[in-house]
Write a protein that binds this ligand. Sequence first.
Ligand code: SIN
Length: 275
Amino acid sequence: MEINLISGALGAEISGIDLKDTSEKNWKIINDLLLEHKVLFFRNQNITAEQQINFAKNFGPLEKHVYVKGREEFPEIIRIIKKPDEKHQWGENWHTDVSYNPKPTKVIILRSIKIPPVGGDTMFSNMELAYETLDSELKEKIKDKKAIHSSLGAAAFVEAYKGMEGNGNIDEYSNSHPIVRTHPETGKKILYVNSMYTKRIEGLDENESDEILKKLYTHQERLDLTCRFKWTENAVAIWDNRSTQHQGLSDFFPGRGLGHERVMDRVAIEGDQPI
Ligand code: SIN
């Protein structure tokens, strides 16, 4: 096995591991690496949709997306499609997946099916490091506070993208979570807000809440807390959705990346209630 870090903050590209091997031993190696590096990348993984699902089940029960319909033959997989003539793609801008759910996703396994020649890299930010490096004044202000996360409704996930199909749910809802959560496996503290879904800090007036959230976003999006993965086809990214946030870059500019399709298959594993 070879492990190559892809930035100083988080992320490692792993070779010499077969994701088709669903043994407890193989999963334990991968989970230990995941807890250490927070996002793992594997290239040239010639796995089928079924094998992706079987591998994912090692981490726990699979989760259906709130708004997006799963693939016909594999309902556990949602296919993320950016059509050739679209500039925007699903998952652009920083976020933690489904942080508006009472129990947001634990781990995501994303497999690349079709990748444009340029554009559409995915970036990740280390939210444990974001908490660690936060100044003590801000740490004091968010201590024991909760923030409200909103699901934004189906429009944001389906109607805005030509290739995405909804599952019929259109309801919008919110849940609140601690701003600093504790990782259930490592016990480490994690900054747990994101600019896509977090709306308001409970118990503060709107101005104060906005001011603190803005400072937190600016801090946690610092480039030195991030890594960036350039996709190739048949690559797999596995990330810990509890201790990271991410974004798919929508840098499809004319003459460089427009006019190409980007297709990814995503499987999500159920998480627990942030505490
Ligand atoms: C996501 O936000 O879950 C997808 C990110 C990507 O397609 O790069």
